[in-house]
Write a protein that binds this ligand. Structure first.
Ligand code: ADP
Ligand code: MG
Length: 688
């Protein structure tokens, strides 16, 4: 039979229906899938140790002759022991296997073989316990080499998968190498088929490094090219020109109850420059919690309104949308812009509740300049008359999709400008790769007068003392947040956790205090009520789920309690913490955890040692990976199997390679294979 890279694995020798099913479980259905199934680690059994040199508690490979092999039945322990004496020129050693009596059928007295495994000291002397064994052949697969280890599934063995991969490995030659050859040579990268061979069965450590480098570059280069092509595609589109109205802007800024920080000024200025261009802005505004991004957005929206374009400000939760609406309507006067609110359950037009029909008509007839809302903005039947500017707040799924969806809601024929805002800074490596199509503005300065928040990881035995501390803060007039994690899978919104905690605090711990509750299952009136009560100081403590955490602004709150903190990422914990410390009071963040493992403690300790969101984001990326932190897993980015988004040198290399390719061949017409490869990647480059 002739096999090719597209042959289904079921047609390979020794692969029956059961094995096919198990391989399918690993996502392997064709020969090509097998080739792309990288080992997750290796055992280095490449050094042969003479028996005389063997020490206890080491991993060794020996080369010797089987001088005796037999099964022993141990009735008392109801098992088989296979014992084997192996001899080389320097001595002998015993190997033992438990419950694998078939080994005596595979290995016989006189056989020359390799044995790789761990040496243990027993009362009978040094023994090799359960070693890998393989008769000496032209080329070894399981011993006497750097041996690949694959992630397995039930009833699938390393030996089986190694056998299959070795079988199909010559077919790696059939996989076309999409990397331009001259570029590959300039950067001293090995050919793709060679990389695939070496990633599975490395000749030595050096070739393994070369293989890993080549395969990592594959992934990173594709990412780079994608973001560059997205950028180029955007640059070829037309956006509404929104002129900068200096007088309007100065008047607005002069009226604010505070002075803008230099960073806010700079960010606003850059954004206003972008809005004047005929190509769509694609900008990320990052700045720590409380650094004042909203007012920067407001300045831009104000200019858009003056230029007769509508703006949409999208927030991730209803609460945050309400709060933005309240803020924006306070700082922008009705004669400057007509502002409306849209969430799933609430529509506000000219300061009053409106029906869907009235509301939608008003948007469509351009009776609204600034529409603040949740995702409902996208889902709802609203249609804009002249949408010129979209702002997405506190979300990590940066915008291409949302822009596409919102674009369809506008007749203007242009692509709206897009500003994403986040309090989770994007580490440089990520900004260069996954978000390479974005321009970035950063607010590093905090408004003056903010004090660092004292952060403590509180051990369980100090809980009483912590409660006393909270009581003291509250009697001094302050307020506290308590954030609860999702505990059970079935309790996706954390409603149960928050409800239970609320009850516990109210009944057992602080019966004398007013305790509010806020979770995602409450309806909008209940949420608003809970929020307003807390803002107005009617409740002393607000118990909330993580779902509704973002963006709440209650300057009088001075204590942030986080339960089950190990369940959150550092970036998110930092966000929670940012809810306090917004006024002159000294504020505190008390972090509780039941976790005892070092990694969790290390992560939480990082939170206590810095208030810098950038450092925490880097740390989070390093410890939890980008999928966890930035929601990349869900957002349709191609899966990175071998490259990591923390490997800055390789990312830089991929970046310069992408530049080289596109300088010479901007539309990839000379690199057909590469263009095809990109089309197959999951993130589409098309914007409409
Ligand atoms: P974030 O960047 O987290 O979205 P906000 O925009 O909600 O921050 O701002 C946080 C608080 O800081 C708000 O109450 C806002 O009015 C206030 N603020 C913003 N800029 C300044 C400034 N330059 N000086 C003082 N307070 C400011
Ligand atoms: Mg904000």
């Amino acid at each position: 039979m002739r096999i090719s890279i597209n042959t289904p694995i079921g047609e390979l020798p020794r692969v029956g229906p059961a094995l096919t099913k198990r391989l399918n479980k690993l996502g392997i259905t064709t020969v090509a899938d097998l080739l792309w199934y990288y080992p997750f680690r290796y055992e280095d059994y490449s050094t042969i140790t003479p028996i005389v040199d063997i020490h206890t508690d080491t991993k060794v490979t020996i080369k010797g002759q089987v001088t005796l092999i037999a099964n022993k039945r141990v009735f008392r322990r109801r098992m088989f022991i296979t014992e084997c004496i192996i001899t080389d020129d320097t001595g002998s050693i015993k190997a033992v296997w438990f419950n694998q009596p078939f080994i005596t059928k595979l290995l016989a007295q006189g056989d020359l073989a390799y044995f790789s495994g761990t040496v243990e000291m027993t009362k009978f002397g040094l023994q090799l316990v359960g070693p890998q064994y393989e008769k000496i052949k032209k080329e070894q697969t399981h011993t006497a080499r750097i041996v690949p280890m694959y992630s397995l599934t039930e009833r699938l063995t390393e030996k089986q998968i190694r056998f299959l991969i070795k079988l199909v490995l010559p077919l790696a030659e059939q996989i076309p190498d999409w990397m331009p050859e001259s570029l590959r040579r300039t950067h001293k990268l090995i050919p793709l088929h060679q990389a695939l061979r070496e990633i599975h069965f490395p000749t030595n450590k050096n070739t393994l490094v070369q293989a890993r480098t080549r395969l990592k570059i594959n992934e990173l280069l594709l990412l780079q090219l994608q973001s560059r092509l997205i950028r180029a595609a955007l640059q070829s589109k037309t956006a509404p020109v929104i002129p900068f109205d200096e007088t309007l802007t100065k008047t607005f800024v002069g009226r604010l109850p505070f002075t803008l920080t230099d960073d806010q000024r700079r960010a606003a200025w850059t954004i206003l420059q972008d809005l004047q261009k005929t190509t769509p802005m694609n900008r990320l505004l990052q700045g720590d919690v409380g650094s004042g991004k909203t007012v920067v957005a407001a300045i831009a929206m104000l200019n858009a309104s003056r230029a007769h374009f509508q703006s949409a400000l999208m927030a991730p939760t209803e609460i945050l949308a309400l709060q933005h609406y309240a803020t924006i309507t306070t700082i922008i006067a009705p004669e400057e812009a007509r502002i409306a609110l849209l969430t799933r359950s609430k529509k506000m037009l000219r300061g009053k509740l409106a029906t869907s029909a009235t509301f939608n008509r008003a948007i469509e007839q351009h009776e609204v300049d600034i529409l603040v809302g949740t995702h409902a903005l996208i889902q709802d039947k609203v249609k804009f008359a002249q949408l010129g500017f979209i702002i997405i707040d506190e979300q990590h799924r940066f915008g291409v999709d949302q822009r596409k969806q919102l674009k369809q809601k506008s007749d203007s024929g242009t692509i709206p400008h897009l500003l994403s805002m986040t309090a989770t800074p994007i580490p440089r490596s990520l900004a260069l790769t996954v978000y390479g199509d974005l321009d970035v503005s950063t607010i590093t300065q905090m408004p003056p007068g903010r004090k660092p928040i004292m952060t403590k990881v509180v051990p369980p035995e100090k809980r009483e003392a912590a409660n006393e501390f909270i009581r003291k803060e509250i009697s001094a007039g302050r307020q506290a947040f308590v954030i609860c994690p999702l505990i059970e899978e079935s309790d996706k919104l954390g409603v149960k956790a928050a409800t239970d905690e609320h009850k516990r605090l109210q009944q057992d711990i602080f019966p004398e205090l007013q305790i509010g509750l806020l979770h995602g299952k409450m309806n909008i009136e209940e949420k608003e009520h809970a929020m307003n009560d807390f803002s107005a100081g009617k409740t002393n403590i607000l118990v909330a789920t993580a779902v509704v955490e973002v963006g709440i602004d209650v300057p009088n709150a001075s204590v942030m309690v986080i339960e089950g903190a190990d369940r959150f990422g550092l970036a998110q914990l930092h966000q929670f913490r940012g809810r306090v410390g917004r006024a002159a009071h000294q504020s505190y963040c008390l972090v509780f955890t039941d976790a005892t493992n070092d990694k969790a403690i290390e992560r939480l300790t990082a939170l206590t040692t810095t208030q810098n969101g950038f450092i925490l984001a880097e740390k989070d990326l390093e410890m939890r990976g980008p999928g966890e932190v930035y929601g990349l897993r869900q957002s349709g980015f191609p899966e990175l199997k071998i490259a990591t988004l923390t490997d800055l040198p390789l990312i830089m290399l991929a970046k310069s390679m992408a530049e080289e390719i596109l300088t010479d061949d901007p539309d990839l017409s000379k690199n057909e294979l590469l263009a095809k490869q990109l089309r197959q990647s999951s993130r589409s480059v098309h914007l409409e």
